[in-house]
Design a protein. Structure first.
Length: 65
């Protein structure tokens, strides 16, 4: 029974460490380039908040509300 407790403890500990790494990697996801321009580092999209548009990594423009 002691072996199972150790195994479960290691498994739960590794899950907690993995979740904390995933959460910490999304802290610096967005970067403000100018006042109304936001860059998403993960997807490569550039958001123009004053125009309510965004440009994806290919250069295509999309409208959002």
């Amino acid at each position: 029974m002691k072996d199972y407790i150790t195994l479960i403890t290691v498994f739960i500990g590794s899950l907690i460490i993995g979740i904390s790494i995933i959460i910490s990697s999304q802290v610096d996801r967005y970067q403000y380039l100018e006042k109304d321009i936001v860059f998403d580092k993960k997807s490569g999209n550039t958001y123009y908040t004053d125009l309510k548009q965004y440009v994806d990594i290919k250069g295509d423009k999309y409208q959002f509300e």
